[in-house]
Design a protein around this ligand. Structure first.
Ligand code: SF4
Length: 326
């Protein structure tokens, strides 16, 4: 039976808002991630979706300790790394890697592809400088690129190829967990599917687990086993992919699903898009009670007063909404 590679319990990331002389006085807190809990199993892909600003990227960065969590537990292979120092994190950096949204910004323009993808291996003393060429060849072939390109520089490649180079760098250290932060959002629609397929091939080959962050359910639909939906710092629903698409329970998930076009013209004509009123609230000024209450078509008095707790339903389906609370 598959084990759990990552368990996040009650994760909070709060950013102080400072004012006054030299910005020394904390006047408020932005609760970017607030009591977020979920797990990723070995070899599983968990999609993490929500509008921009909902805290999904901050969650990913906090798990890798690129941002210091305010509270909560981050259990990697059963060990709580939430309070690990950067030094204690070093050996784990090999096992937990991030794939970034903008492959161009994340690749050093002055480094050749060979240096970009093999320098981490030299730094960790896994290979010597003399072995860089051979390892680059293997890595580039793994991501579907011609090894002849290893001496070229990032600007010589298309967005899709640059993301392949970014993926080659991320898998160079043979990680166990990849946190993919909107890795196809900056790519042309025509090549998004190819990069998704590459992620799936690599997962199969190396037995990786993915936390796959996206702002759109249609992106995570093909790749995910389970899906987490976030709204202004909170998890509102978690379910197996099939279950979520067949039986979305949270009103916000229903809105996200209704915005996905279907390829069948007849069904597309019949598709009823649920339009939301108002803008996503600022995390500095969240509504009282349920975070979705200012936009939810089903909001009741209780929703504006009391925050819903997660309700665990049959089939590992979790939803935070008063409509399902007894
Ligand atoms: Fe809507 Fe109330 Fe459910 Fe929040 S708790 S999603 S406001 S029905």
């Amino acid at each position: 039976m598959a084990g759990t590679i990552l368990e996040v319990k009650g994760l909070k990331v709060y950013f102080p808002v400072k004012r006054g002389i030299l910005f020394k006085k904390t006047v408020a807190e932005v609760k970017a991630v607030d009591e977020v809990s979920f797990a990723v199993n070995d070899g599983e892909t968990v999609g993490l979706v929500g509008e921009s600003g909902c805290g999904k990227t901050t969650t990913g960065r906090a798990i890798l300790k690129l941002i210091e969590p305010t509270a909560g537990e981050i259990l990697y292979k059963g060990k709580d790394i939430a309070k690990y120092t950067q030094k204690e994190m070093l050996p784990l950096r090999r096992e937990m890697q991030m794939v970034f949204q903008d492959p161009y910004a994340s690749l050093n323009p002055r480094m050749s592809v060979m240096d970009i993808i093999t320098d981490p291996l030299v730094e960790h003393k896994i290979i010597t400088k003399h072995e860089k060429e051979e390892r680059s060849k293997v890595l580039l072939e793994t991501v579907g690129m011609n090894p002849r390109y290893m001496n070229r520089f990032p600007h010589e490649f298309s967005g899709g190829q640059r993301q392949r180079i970014g993926i080659a760098r991320s898998i160079a250290l043979n990680p166990k967990l990849l946190i993919c932060d909107e890795p196809i959002a900056a790519l042309d629609v025509s090549i998004q599917a190819q990069v998704i397929n590459l992620f799936q091939d690599i997962q199969e080959k190396f037995g990786l687990s993915y936390l796959f962050i996206a702002h759109d359910l249609s992106v995570v639909r093909h790749i995910s086993d389970r899906i987490i939906v976030m709204y202004i710092g909170k998890v509102v629903e978690i379910a197996e992919k099939r279950e979520l698409f067949k039986n979305p329970l949270h009103p916000y998930t229903q809105v996200l699903l209704s915005s996905i076009p279907t390829p069948d013209p007849k069904r597309e004509r019949e598709r009823k898009r649920i339009e939301l009123e108002g803008e996503i609230p600022s995390p500095l000024n969240k509504p009282k009670g349920c975070p979705f209450s200012s936009r939810c078509p089903y909001a009741m008095d209780r929703c504006r007063e009391e925050e819903p707790n997660p309700v665990h339903l049959d089939g590992n389906h979790i939803v935070s909404c008063h409509l399902y609370q007894k």
